[in-house]
Design a protein around this ligand. Sequence first.
Ligand code: BV8
Length: 242
Amino acid sequence: MKTIAILTGAGVSAESGLSTFRDNNGLWCNHRVEDVATPEAFALNPKLVQDFYNMRRAQLKEVRPNSAHLALAKFVAAQKHKVFLITQNVDNLHEQADKAIGNSAQDNPYYTLIHMHGELRKARCSVSDEVFEWDDDITTETRCSCCNLPGRLRPHIVWFGEMPLHMDLIYHALRDCDLFISIGTSGNVYPAAGFVQEVRMNGKGHTVELNMEPSSGHNIFAEKLYGPATQVVPKYLAKIAA
Ligand code: BV8
């Protein structure tokens, strides 16, 4: 049984119209990270942080998966190997693509989809840690159904300085995989940026980078293909599926 681990970042969603973080006019260009994506920022100015995520959550209603998401979804659905799709993204475009081709991680025993930085369409109570499906705005007045009090509900997002989710499962996949494909990430944010190193040091997988341009860790990858995800992802997956 072969295992495939795939890491995606903001670049896979760029051609669906979602801003990346560090490209020109990226998300962080309009907001300092410290102002909107840390627990301290949330404590200091909860309305600014909630508005930042409300804007991004609302965008999800207008964006659709692109041909890179769809090629990934078709590739994953066709596998009789274990596939771990580990995304840094908090959008739901992988889920939308899976649904479009009739697949889902819930129904496919070979397929695990991991949102290591959380999800825009979920909210979490800061006190009970209960997580809720959430499609609307969250304000400082919104009440969580667990405590029925305002001001406790936060985006279910991993901020800087917080531990990403499902890390044990992720490291198991990295050490076990025969193939590690990194797609659309700049390799600036840890621990995700260190995954390729983990595969090289403690795993056995062939490592591949598919990105618009060389990432910070480009020289660690055994194979690289550069260009827009909607071109390089379908091309690469067709090659290995043949
Ligand atoms: C933690 C949710 C510890 C928010 C995000 C060393 C080890 C460990 C930690 C650190 C370390 N050094 C520093 C740290 C701290 C920090 C960090 O890494 N800082 C960086 C800036 C140096 N890391 C953390 O804080 C992490 N937590 O380490 O906790 C701990 C230990 C014990 C106990 C408690 C805690 C948490 C990091 C998670 C932060 N949250 N997201 C949100 O989304 O609002 S990170 C954020 O960056 C997004 O998730 C994003 O996905 C992620 C990575 O960015 P990319 O996806 O790569 O996006 P980017 O714009 O950078 O790049 C896009 C790429 O796509 C580019 O290369 C571009 O060329 C390409 N591209 C563009 N268009 C296309 C394309 N490619 C193809 N086609 C296209 N069309």
